[in-house]
Design a protein around this ligand. Sequence first.
Ligand code: PSZ
Length: 500
Amino acid sequence: MASSLLRRQLGLSVQRNLRLSIPGCRYVSKAAPRAQQEFEYDGPCMKTQVPGPRSQELTKQLGDIQNVGAINFFCNYEDSRGNYLVDVDGNRMLDIYTQISSIPIGYNHPALLKVMTDPSNLSTFVNRPALGILPPENFPDKLNETLLSVAPSGMSRVQTMACGSCSNENAYKAIFIWYRNKERGNSPASEEELTSCMVNQAPGCPDLSILSFMGAFHGRTLGCLATTHSKVIHKLDVPSFDWPIAPFPRLQYPLEEFTRENAQEEARCLEEVEDLIVKWRQKGMPVAGIVIEPIQAEGGDNHASADFFKQLRNISRKHGCAFHVDEVQTGGGTTGKFWAHQHWGMDDPADIVSFSKKLLTGGYYHKLELQADKAYRIFNTWMGDPSKNLFLAEVLNVIRRESLMEEVNRSGKALLNGLYDLQTRYPGILSRARGQGTFCAIDICDDDTRNSILTKARDKGALLGGCGDRSIRFRPALVFKEYHVHILLNIFNDVLAMHK
Ligand code: PSZ
């Protein structure tokens, strides 16, 4: 762990060392001195193109069993460490994609390995309980120690689930149940409701809706998919609900130069939200909830201002809709605050907040009134996995012990400043550098160039991901330090120079 003195030194030295070289020469972004971290490597080390021969062979083998179209390469998880992912051909890459943004503190973190080797944890790994009916003795303690210790403002209840989609799916159900109970004045359901629900008819299966935003991603299960609008490939051929879809603001960058235009754009979207809520009520499909990502991630890292979210929250209150903030990708510290919605500075930011990915377990926090009124209404076999809570406890300890939130803010600043610099050097290729913490992105002139940059960066040892039509997103783990930022920026610059 870096001492606070060392951390201060790191901060200072990086400011001194981050500079651009003379035009035409290699971009010189010098890393700050590396902190002591025995479990990590010095840098990327590439032996073959990616995927290498062993990866190709394994892809062929797996192709006889599954669709392998999405596979990038096969990994050696034993040898991967910290920010470095090692593949089966011995290539070691700086991982700025982290298993679709789901690795909180790097690969094989010693604190997590210790959880595995502690004999008192063994029964939690070996015996996976049906948590809804037979939880282990330490379950309330573990929830208090983990998820409730980082609960969003105003929320003292949490329901764990297996994955992000499963969390959102159940959060929507909780919203519908809450809404109908409110409409019924909390009296019991009628006989007609009880019989009609069994054959998928109203009034038992009511015509209610969830309002979502164009470009959103909330998962691929049937209910969630009706609120996902990022790519055709997710949606084609799957029946869906006729639910309202509002435009998400399309901000112009740099933000300081477009304050008026961006405020107008956000006002336009908010107006549309209210219009849709009214329209859908008139159609007989009232909006029971509004779901939104604090930063639209899969849809292209689309940001909106704190003021936009505050006003949207007010609209939800005014129309009696639950406000569901999907923090599956933004949660867990990557934006420089533990929850991205904390950037909005609100005491009452949401009625439901869903999470997964970096939290290791899925689930959602909710207000007391969104607690389903009866047992078995929100339920499934596992309802999460207590072994994930053991890891999460350690992740939270490491975040606190190693001041990782400070690190994220420091590396995030270095990353965004580096992207601004590169953007001025390559104006024909790069635009719209943006980010919060290390949750950054930049747009590339077109899709083909974007994909070529991603492949070439990977061949040079930097593993990045795309999002939206033509963005590159940066999704490092929380242990991504300033010296990692500089390794990345140098590779990124070399690759950009190849596309000039
Ligand atoms: O292609 C896919 O299925 C992908 S690529 C990235 C994701 C999914 N992200 C998952 C995600 C998310 O980013 C947000 C904001 N909400 C919900 C989900 C769904 O989580 P999972 O994938 O765990 O079901």
